[in-house]
Design a protein around this ligand. Structure first.
Ligand code: AP5
Ligand code: MG
Length: 205
C-alpha cells in the first residue's frame, strides 16, 4: 500500500493535526482537514450563513458545506489523511458513499489534558505548524514572536467543542468500533510515541 487512505478520529486537542503532518510527510499523501479548509474560508457566504458563526461558537458547520469540501479533496487524491471529518453519523454515511478507507484510528485523550492542550496551543500563521506554550515552542525567536492563538481556543469555546464532540462525534467512533474497523491509540503519550503507534497501524493495514 504505497498511498494509504487514513482516517484520524479523536476529540479536539487529541493531536489529529500534529499527527496528520507526520502521515502526509512520511507517506506523501494529501492532508485533508475540514477545520483548516473552513478557517481559510471563514467568511464564505453559504445558504446556511458563514462558517465563522458556527466555528467561533464551537458548533458544527452544516453538513452540506463540509461534505462538499471533503468530496472535492478526496476525489482528487490518491491517498490522504482525513482529519476533522466525519464528525457526526450523517457525515460518516456520506463518506462511506464517496471513498473506501484503509485504516481508521482513534486518538484517545482525557478531558483535562485536552483543555490544557487547547488553551496552550499556538499556530504559526506562515507555515501552519502547531506548537504549545508548555510542551513545544519553536527554537527560532522570530517564529515564536509571530505565533497566534486560534479564535476557538478560549476556555468557554473549548468546553462547548468538547460537549459537541461527546454528543455528535463519539457515536461515529463507536460506529467504526462496532464494525471492527477501529484502531485505538493512547493519545496521552508523547507525540513521538503516538507517531510510532500510528505508523505501525498504517503499515499493518
Ligand atoms: P478542527 O480544526 O477540526 O478542530 P478540532 O476537531 O476541534 O481539533 P483541533 O484542531 O482543535 O485538535 P487536534 O486534534 O488537531 O489537535 P492538535 O494536533 O492541534 O475544527 C474546528 C471547527 O471547525 C469545529 O469546531 C467546527 O466548527 C468546524 N468543523 C471542522 N470540521 C467540521 C466538520 N466535519 N463538520 C462540521 N464542522 C466542522 O494538538 C493540540 C495541542 O496539543 C497543540 O498545541 C499540540 O502542540 C499539542 N499536542 C499534540 N499532541 C501532543 C502530545 N502527544 N503531547 C502533548 N501535547 C500535544
Ligand atoms: Mg486540528
Amino acid at each position: 500500500m504505497s498511498q494509504p487512505k487514513v482516517l484520524l478520529l479523536g476529540p479536539p486537542g487529541a493531536g489529529k493535526g500534529t499527527q496528520s503532518g507526520n502521515v502526509a510527510e512520511t507517506y506523501g499523501v494529501e492532508h485533508v482537514t475540514t477545520g483548516d479548509a473552513l478557517r481559510a474560508n471563514k467568511d464564505m457566504e453559504t445558504e446556511h450563513g458563514t462558517p465563522r458563526e458556527y466555528m467561533e461558537a464551537g458548533e458544527l458547520v452544516p453538513d452540506p458545506v463540509v461534505n462538499e469540501i471533503v468530496e472535492a479533496a478526496v476525489s482528487e487524491a490518491d491517498g490522504f489523511v482525513l482529519d476533522g471529518y466525519p464528525r457526526n453519523l450523517s457525515q460518516a454515511e456520506y463518506l462511506d458513499g464517496i471513498t473506501a478507507l484503509d485504516v481508521i484510528v482513534s486518538l484517545d485523550v482525557g478531558r483535562e489534558e485536552l483543555v490544557r492542550r487547547l488553551t496552550g496551543r499556538r499556530v504559526d500563521p506562515e507555515t501552519g505548524e502547531i506548537y504549545h506554550t508548555e510542551f513545544d515552542m519553536p527554537d527560532d525567536d522570530a517564529v515564536a514572536d509571530r505565533l497566534v492563538q486560534r479564535d476557538d481556543d478560549t476556555e468557554d469555546t473549548v468546553r462547548e467543542r468538547l460537549r459537541v464532540f461527546e454528543e455528535n462525534t463519539q457515536p461515529v467512533i463507536e460506529h467504526y468500533e462496532e464494525a471492527g474497523e477501529l484502531v485505538r491509540i493512547d493519545g496521552e503519550q508523547s507525540p513521538e510515541a503516538v507517531w510510532t503507534d500510528l505508523k505501525a497501524a498504517i503499515d499493518d493495514a
